[in-house]
Every structure is written in structure tokens, then in C-alpha cells.
Design a protein around this ligand. Structure first.
Ligand SMILES: Cc1cc2nc3c(=O)[nH]c(=O)nc-3n(C[C@H](O)[C@H](O)[C@H](O)COP(=O)(O)OP(=O)(O)OC[C@H]3O[C@@H](n4cnc5c(N)ncnc54)[C@H](O)[C@@H]3O)c2cc1C
Length: 363
């Protein structure tokens, strides 16, 4: 069978891949977006919280066109959130004003894919990338010849491996499920032994909440499922679906995200806020840059190095600040409830707010 041909091949139809495909296709080059799942976004492995455009702008003031990029339809904004509640091991809560909304991540991902299709990208689901050999991608649906390949295939990126690019290190596991009930319009994060080295959460939706646990194996003494069950028991959650999990990059972006003919983006590139595991906005911002550069490469030979230069200009400083914050938390705050409680008290609301927003805690 003859290989299919495309200018830009994007692997993975999460937020990073769909936005990359949309931005590249909108410049008129041919774009193919492949996704190994048959049903986009299913199952959901996410807390489903998206910061408001104002919060995203505050964290990444150099990012272009935030309002255009995050013009998410009303029906995908399930619940407005007005604060993040940080709860210490003794259950003392501090509310930090923070705006955003919750979504149905499967519908959110489908929407972003439809935007890529509207821009002209061809989408193939049930198609798993396996490796690349000199401009030819081997996939479960046949070979695809490309000019530029983009790995938007998550933290275990096969594209990265195939291109010889680094993959995110120190990714920690997190699990999530839906709990029936009415919940306050705040994101609640619980710290301490309930989720060693990370946090457990309640993220309210409509008539239900996304509840989950992330942990750092080096601080834990059981399985993640055991921690999740403990969390469920403590709050008496009425869980209504199957527990799902995935790895979250926690050490900031990888050192190199491009080769001569390929780039990595989103989780595959470690584009995640280390202190809270948030990655949707970053995947989309980096995706918009990646798609632009990929198309320019095809049209005018622009070097792919420009992608790394541009996302670094926009996101590197806040991401490094967040990674440093996480590293300090690992050293000083995690390991015992007493230390966690003490550090939260010492930091106070204002500094914890800075931490969440990728700002320095100490001037
Ligand atoms: C439990 C949990 C809760 C989270 N909660 C939040 C939150 O509330 N807010 C937030 O902002 N972030 C959250 N995150 C992080 C966020 O989900 C990710 O940062 C975000 O999804 C990254 O987008 P992406 O497109 O890079 O990767 P993904 O969304 O992971 O998409 C990668 C896609 O590539 C596909 N793929 C993988 N391998 C292949 C292959 N070989 N061939 C073809 N396709 C492939 C996958 O099926 C997937 O669809 C959470 C993460 C976890 C694990």
C-alpha cells in the first residue's frame, strides 16, 4: 500500500495536538492529525479545570491572542469557579481568589478537534503512531509520509523517543473519577498524607464533582488506588464512574523540543505547571506556536528552532519558577503532615497564591 502524504503530521488529539493542527492548517498547508483512541477524549483522565483568560494572561503575559485561543463555547463552561481552597493536613482551609471554570474534558477535546477540522486538518482516529523512519511515520493505519512531524502524544511520547528528544522526567501518577452531589464553586486541594507529595482534589461540575488524587511514589506507602479509596471514604463520595489515571510531568519543560523535522508539544514536552499539574492552557499556547512554525517551515523553510525560542520566550520563566516551587515543596514541605502544615502556615495565603500562579514566593 502506498504511503499517505501530508505536509504536517500531528500525533495525538489532546489540546496540544488539536491546536497545533488548527494553527498549521489555517495557514493553508496539508495537516493530518492522528489519534490512537477511537473516541476523542474518552476516557477522561483530567481534573477538568480551566483557568479564566484573565488568570492565563496573568501567568503568561507574553502569550499572544489569549482571547482567540481560549474562546471556548458557553456550553463547555459547566461551572464558574471563583477560588482555590487550600486545605492543610489539620483541615484548616485558606481560600485564594482564582477564576476559572470546569468543563467536560471529552467534549472539550472533541470541540478542539472540530476546530482543527474546520481549519482544514484531516483527522484519523483509532490510529496509533509507532515510529518514524526518515520522514515516514509507521502507524497502525498504514505509513504516512510527512515534511514535519509533531509529537503531541503525552508524557510517554513515542514521537519524542523516535526523534531522539528528551521526555519529561519525574512524572507522577494521578487518578480521577466523578462523584455525584452538590459542591461549592471552589476548587479544593487537600495536602498532606491524604496525597503524599502532591494533593487530592474536589473540582465541582454540575450536580457532580471531579475528585482525584495525585501522589509522588517516593513519599507514599501504598498504591494510588488505596489513597483514592481513603479519600473517598473520608468524604463519603458517591462515585459514579470508573477510576481513570495517567502520569503528570512534574519537573518543568524538557531541554529540547525540536529536531530538523519534528517538534514536541504539551505534556510530551513537559509543558505543565509543576506545582499544580495544570497543563491544558500550556498545551494550547504551545500548540498555537508549534502549528504556526510547522506551517512556516513547509511554506518558507523556517527553522523549527524558532518554535523552542518562541515558547521559551512566552512560558519558560513562569514554568521554571513553578518547577522550583515544586522542588522546594519536595524538600521542605512534603514527607510529613507536620512539615506540610508548618510550611503552609509559614507561606500564608499571599505566597501560596503566588505559587499557584507561577510567581516567585520570595521577592
Ligand atoms: C488526573 C489528572 C488531572 C488533571 N487535571 C487537570 C486540570 O484540571 N486542569 C489542567 O489544566 N490540566 C490537568 N491535567 C493535565 C492535563 O490533562 C494535561 O496537561 C493535558 O491533557 C495535556 O494535553 P496534551 O494534548 O499535551 O496531552 P493529552 O491530553 O494527554 O493528549 C495526548 C493524546 O495523544 C494520544 N496518543 C498517545 N500516544 C499516541 C500514539 N502512539 N499514537 C496516536 N495517539 C497517541 C492520546 O490518546 C491522547 O489523546 C491533569 C492530568 C491528570 C493526569
Amino acid at each position: 500500500m502506498e504511503a499517505m502524504r501530508t505536509d504536517v503530521l500531528v500525533v495525538g488529539a489532546g489540546p496540544a495536538g488539536s491546536v497545533t493542527a488548527r494553527y498549521a492548517a489555517s495557514k493553508g498547508v496539508s495537516v493530518t492529525l492522528i489519534e490512537r483512541r477511537r473516541d476523542i477524549g474518552v476516557p477522561v483522565r483530567c481534573g477538568e479545570f480551566v483557568p479564566s483568560n484573565e488568570e492565563i494572561r496573568g501567568m503568561f503575559p507574553r502569550a499572544a491572542d489569549i482571547d482567540g485561543l481560549f474562546d471556548i463555547p458557553k456550553e463547555l463552561r459547566l461551572r464558574d469557579i471563583n477560588a482555590i481552597r487550600l486545605v492543610d493536613p489539620k483541615m484548616k482551609a485558606s481560600d485564594i481568589p482564582f477564576s476559572g471554570y470546569t468543563t467536560d474534558r471529552d467534549r472539550f477535546d472533541k470541540y478542539l478537534v472540530s476546530e482543527a477540522e474546520n481549519a482544514g486538518a484531516t483527522v484519523i482516529t483509532g490510529c496509533a503512531f509507532s515510529r518514524t523512519e526518515g520522514g515516514l511515520a509507521r502507524t497502525s493505519a498504514g505509513d504516512i509520509r510527512y515534511k514535519v512531524i509533531v509529537g503531541a502524544d503525552g508524557p510517554g511520547s513515542r514521537v519524542s523517543r523516535s526523534l531522539g528528544l528528551p521526555r519529561p522526567e519525574g512524572a507522577y501518577p494521578a487518578v480521577t473519577a466523578q462523584a455525584r452531589g452538590e459542591f461549592d464553586p471552589v476548587v479544593v486541594m487537600f495536602f498532606g498524607g491524604i496525597a503524599p507529595g502532591a494533593y487530592s482534589w474536589i473540582i465541582p461540575k454540575r450536580g457532580q464533582a471531579n475528585v482525584g488524587v495525585g501522589f509522588s511514589p517516593k513519599f507514599a506507602s501504598g498504591t494510588l488506588t488505596e489513597y483514592f479509596e481513603k479519600f473517598v471514604g473520608k468524604h463519603n463520595f458517591d462515585i459514579i464512574n470508573k477510576l481513570e489515571g495517567k502520569y503528570v510531568p512534574s519537573q518543568g519543560p524538557v531541554s529540547r523540543t525540536y529536531t530538523d523535522s519534528g517538534m514536541t508539544v504539551g505534556d510530551a514536552a513537559g509543558h505543565v505547571i509543576s506545582v499544580n499539574g495544570g497543563g491544558i492552557p500550556l498545551a494550547m499556547i504551545a500548540g498555537s506556536i508549534c502549528g504556526d512554525v510547522a506551517a512556516d517551515r513547509v511554506i518558507s523553510g523556517r527553522p523549527l528552532e524558532d518554535y523552542q525560542k518562541e515558547w521559551s520566550r512566552v512560558m519558560l520563566k513562569p514554568l521554571k519558577t513553578a518547577a522550583r516551587g515544586k522542588m522546594l515543596a519536595d524538600i521542605f514541605a512534603f514527607g510529613s503532615d507536620r512539615r506540610t502544615g508548618m510550611c503552609m502556615k509559614l507561606l500564608g495565603k499571599r505566597r501560596m497564591g503566588n505559587l499557584i500562579r507561577c510567581k516567585r514566593i520570595f521577592p
